[in-house]
Every structure is written in C-alpha cells, then in structure tokens.
Write a protein that binds this ligand. Structure first.
Ligand SMILES: Cc1cc2nc3c(=O)[nH]c(=O)nc-3n(C[C@H](O)[C@H](O)[C@H](O)COP(=O)(O)OP(=O)(O)OC[C@H]3O[C@@H](n4cnc5c(N)ncnc54)[C@H](O)[C@@H]3O)c2cc1C
Ligand code: SF4
Length: 522
C-alpha cells in the first residue's frame, strides 16, 4: 500500500470508501493516479463480520448523532436514526442487500415526462440513457450482476415462490429473482451464495459484491492507494484562487491532520456529503463549498418504501435465501391514471427476528403483536421501492444545537412527504396485499416505512448550474477540482435501487478525471 505524504499536493483525496468512493479509488489508482482514501469507519473482514444482528448493526452502522424534522416517519419514529447507512470500510455496500437494477431511459427525463408537478423540484438529468448505458454494462460485469452477461439468476427461495404465485394471480409478467450483485456461481475470485440469508449483517461468503473485498483490495494492489481508516474529514480547504487544495481530518488517534490535494472527491453518502460541503464554508464561499446555487443539501430523496407481510398456514422460513432476491417490475411505468407519476418495484423482504419489530412492523405490544411474532416461520414479506418526488425544502442542513465528537454541527434531515409519494405508497401496498390475498394468506399485515436506506440527490447533477451542484461528471459547477462521487449526484431517484447507478457514474467520472488530469485541466 502506498504511503502518501501529507504535503503531497499531487494526490487525489477521496472522502468515503463505499459504492462511489471505493469504486472511484480503484478506477483512479489502476490508471496510475495516487489516491488518499479517507474512511471514518473501521475495517472489517469476512472473518470479523458478526452474525448476531444487534452486534452487526453496532459494528457497521453510522451511529454519530443526527437530527430529523418534517412529517415523514423518519422524524417521528426513528430519532436519532432517520437514515440508515454504514460507517466502515466499504461503506453501505457492506450492509446492502445487493439488488442492482438499472434506471429506465425515461426516468432520466423526469421533468419532461411528468411535467410540472406542483410542490416538486423536478429537473431532467444532464446526460442521456445512451451515455450511461456503456457504464451500466461495465458496472454489471464488475459486480457480477445476475441475469446479465449470461450469469444465471439466483435460485427461488420459499419467500420468492410465494411472491411469484401471488404476482401471477394478479397477471404480473415481469417477475424473477432479480438482477442481484450476488454470485449465483463463483465469480471474480469470490464464492457463490449459499442461500444462508441475513445479507444485511455482512456476507461471510463474500458472494455479495462490496467495495470492502473487491475494489479496495484491487486499488491497494496497484500500489497507488493510501487508505486511512478511522479518519473523519471535517473540512475541505481552498486557496485564494477558489480551487480546493487540502482536506482537514481527524485520524484514528483523534489528532487533526491536513492532507494536501490536487483534487478532492466527496463520497460520504448523501447526508454526510452535503454536511461536509456546508461545513467547509469560508469568506469566499459563505454558503458552503460548491453552493452558489443554494442547492447543496436540497432535493433529498430516499425512495418510497414500506413493507407488507402475510401469514400463511405453512412455514415459509423467509430468512433462508438472499434477502432481496425477488422482484415484480410491471409497475415500473409512468401511468398517471393510477393517481401518481413515476413507477415502483415490489421487492422481496425478510428481516431477522430482532429487527422485524423495530423497523418492519407497526409499533405495538400485547396479544395481537405477539401472535405475529409467533408466526415468524410462516411470514412472507415484500416491500416497495418507488420514485419519490424531489422537493426543494426536503433538505440536509446544519444543526448548530447538536454537536458531534469534534464539536461540529450535525446534519438535520428534513422531509415533508409529497402527496404523489403517499398516493404511490398506497397503491403499492394495495397491490402487495392483493397478491397475498389471492393465494390464501391467513392474515395480511401492512408494515410501516423503515428508516431511509437510499440517500440521494443532495448535490444533484444539472445542465443549468442554477438547478444543481455538479455537471454530468459530478464535477461541481463552482470549483473545477472538487467532485462529488456518491449517491448525492443522482439528479432524480427513479425507481431503481441506486447502487448500480452510483457505480456506473463513478466509473464514468474516473474516466473524465484521469482525462482532465492528463490534459492539465484540473
Ligand atoms: C440495509 C440496507 C440495504 C440496502 N440494500 C440496497 C440494495 O439492495 N440495492 C441498492 O442499490 N442499494 C441498497 N442500499 C443502499 C446502498 O447501500 C447505498 O445506496 C450505497 O452504498 C451508497 O453509496 P455511497 O457511495 O453514496 O455511500 P456509502 O456506500 O454509504 O459510503 C459512504 C462512506 O463514507 C464514509 N464517510 C462519511 N462521511 C465521512 C467523512 N466526513 N470522512 C470520512 N469518511 C466519511 C462513511 O463512513 C461510509 O463508509 C441499502 C442500504 C442499506 C442500509
Ligand atoms: S444469502 Fe448469499 S449473499 Fe446473502 S449473506 Fe448469505 S451467502 Fe451472502
């Protein structure tokens, strides 16, 4: 592994080692570029992953303080964890359940297709699907996505068989075990999935793609990566010319360090990315870095989610099998006659026993609640992953009343749900309930909305600098050598789980950065 000097002003500094940052680190280092990768979390391994749910949660999750507001359930029921992501090498690709669908071409043109939706801040993406397609193909090969490139699908779990039977009764056609970044057979030096379940805890087989054991070791093998763990970036500095030139961070010993940089790429997951840009305000950039448009932190999206469970007369053992390996895709269409714009997927769901009552069931206690838990073996589950509407005031701001371990204001996450979101959720839950009823469920239990796991759009790409934070390469409109490289740059969320798109955009960004560096433009 490289050791890059603090005073080396030629290095690229990437903040965050998850889907975006980990992929970018590999892509730049394999092109011969020196990279310092700052990661706030520790480094785990297949051996050290705990499979005890509570322990795994503590081992991997970002638990630093945060606040929340607005009318969404995240504010009411999940203080202080309205948003769920990781703080560990590999970021949330350690926790993720690896559903890896693509956005539909029309989803990149949300404003043009949906028109003026009152109360929404929709814009079109500054790049076309045709421009993205090549990078989707590379990303799918890199991640070993099932049902692409001749890679077989994952086998059907009992939970999926129930979903399939219900979907077919309702006439759905696009029902399968998903495009999953989980090996259905050995691939890229990693083992195949043994269908053991509990993917969220960290896959001890390494069958599920994570930058922790793919992109990051590959980057280390180039000799160009200096990965610094337990290193939290607190400020990005700039010179008088307005170009960024260093990152201030706290290292594993709590010491403040300053790493010089030729270029900085922020990939801290959409909430922390926005926070860091806002924290880096200066007399030259009083609203925060890259924020002359005032768009940093705004338009926060996290997908419409919500679960539906059903109890059947026979055991299903839903936890056996890859957690999310099942999808109904027929509702990924824009049909305003349903009462909302945009589309949604219905995806398989199961939760481990301790987590189910915390995030998957309506809060309650007593005989009725206990009867659901007693039927855990006979429980099937699904959830909705739908496109939410960006809103200007759904945003990340700094809350100076609450400070983190370094004395800095924490992020406040504010969300007021759009009526389109509510209409879509109602429709999806109705369809999921009908699927279960159609095949004789004894009882259908509509679940609540869990904490947000897909954090997006807080530094969105835009053609017009007034509408967003970066251009189509994630390069900030205001500062040429400052990039955003994670889910923050998605212009709109579409109905696809976001990680494949984040990886595709990071691959595209790496090509652009290395070209610009070679040409001496950044
Ligand atoms: C339980 C769960 C299941 C999921 N399942 C799916 C799925 O099936 N499909 C899908 O597409 N997506 C899924 N996701 C979402 C997916 O994991 C994320 O969208 C994706 O990992 C986001 O990538 P990112 O690069 O934006 O951030 P992350 O992967 O979260 O990486 C950000 C990293 O930055 C670090 N960081 C933050 N701030 C700082 C700082 N100041 N200094 C240093 N480091 C910092 C964090 O510690 C973290 O490691 C799931 C998420 C969860 C929680
Ligand atoms: S079910 Fe498959 S992908 Fe999930 S944790 Fe087990 S081996 Fe890994």
């Amino acid at each position: 592994m490289a050791k890059i000097d603090f005073s080396d002003g030629n290095a690229v500094v990437i903040i965050g080692s998850g889907a975006g940052g980990g992929t970018l680190a590999h892509e730049l280092t394999r092109r011969g570029i020196k990279v310092v990768l700052l990661e706030a979390g520790k480094r785990q391994s297949l051996e050290s992953f705990s499979q005890v749910p509570g322990e795994a949660f503590a081992q991997l999750t970002w638990l630093d303080p945060r606040t929340q507001s607005g009318d969404w359930r995240g504010a009411r029921d999940f203080p202080p964890l309205p948003v769920w992501h990781c703080k560990t090498v590999g970021g949330t690709t350690v926790h993720w359940t690896a559903a890896a669908p693509r956005l539909q071409p029309w989803e990149l043109r949300a404003k043009s297709i949906y028109g003026n939706v009152a109360g929404a801040s929709l814009i079109d993406w500054p790049l076309s699907y045709a421009e993205l397609e090549k990078y989707y193909e590379i990303a799918e090969t890199r991640l070993g996505v099932t049902r692409r490139n001749g890679i077989p699908g994952l086998p059907a779990s009992n939970n999926f068989k129930v979903m399939y039977a219900g979907a077919k009764k309702l006439g759905y056609k696009q029902v399968h075990t998903g495009h999953m970044a989980i090996n259905s057979r050995s691939y890229d030096g990693r083992a195949f999935c043994i269908q053991q379940g509990f993917c969220i805890q960290g896959c001890k087989m390494g069958a599920k793609w994570s930058t922790l054991y793919t992109e990051i070791p590959s980057a280390e093998a180039t000799g160009n990566l200096d990965l610094r763990i337990e290193s939290t970036a607190t400020r990005i500095e700039h010179g008088e010319d307005g170009r960024v030139n260093a990152v201030i961070y706290h290292d594993s010993q709590g010491r403040e360090q300053r790493q010089k940089a030729r270029l900085v790429c922020v990939a801290g997951n959409a909430v922390e990315t926005a926070r860091l840009l806002l924290l880096s305000e200066s007399s030259k950039f009083p609203q925060g870095l890259a924020n002359s448009s005032g768009q940093v932190g705004r338009n926060y999206c996290h997908h419409i989610t919500g679960s539906v469970w059903a109890i059947f007369d026979k055991p299903i053992y839903s936890w056996r099998g890859a957690t999310l390996a099942g999808v109904v895709e027929d509702e990924v269409v824009n049909q305003p006659e349903r009462g909302f714009v945009g589309g949604y997927r219905m995806e398989l769901l199961t939760l481990d026993l301790p987590t189910l009552p915390l995030v998957g069931l309506p809060y309650g206690w007593g005989r009725d609640f206990a009867s659901i838990m007693e039927n855990y073996r006979n429980l099937a589950g699904m959830f909705i992953n739908g496109e939410d509407m960006p809103r200007s005031d759904n945003r990340i701001t700094l809350n100076s009343n609450v400070k983190d371990a370094f004395g800095l204001p924490v992020a406040n996450v504010h969300v007021d749900e759009h009526s389109n979101d509510q209409a879509m959720r109602k429709h999806a839950k109705g369809q999921m309930a009908k699927m279960y009823e159609a095949i004789g469920a004894q009882r259908v239990i509509p679940g609540p909305t869990p904490p947000a796991t897909h954090n997006m759009c807080t530094a969105r790409m835009s053609a017009d600098p007034k509408d967003g934070v970066t251009n189509a390469w994630g390069q900030t409109h205001d500062i040429k050598n400052l990039f955003v490289s994670d889910g923050s740059v998605l212009t709109t969320p579409g109905a696809a789980n976001p990680t494949l798109t984040i990886v595709a955009l990071a691959l595209r960004q790496a090509e652009h950065i290395s070209g610009e560096m070679k040409a001496g433009k950044v």
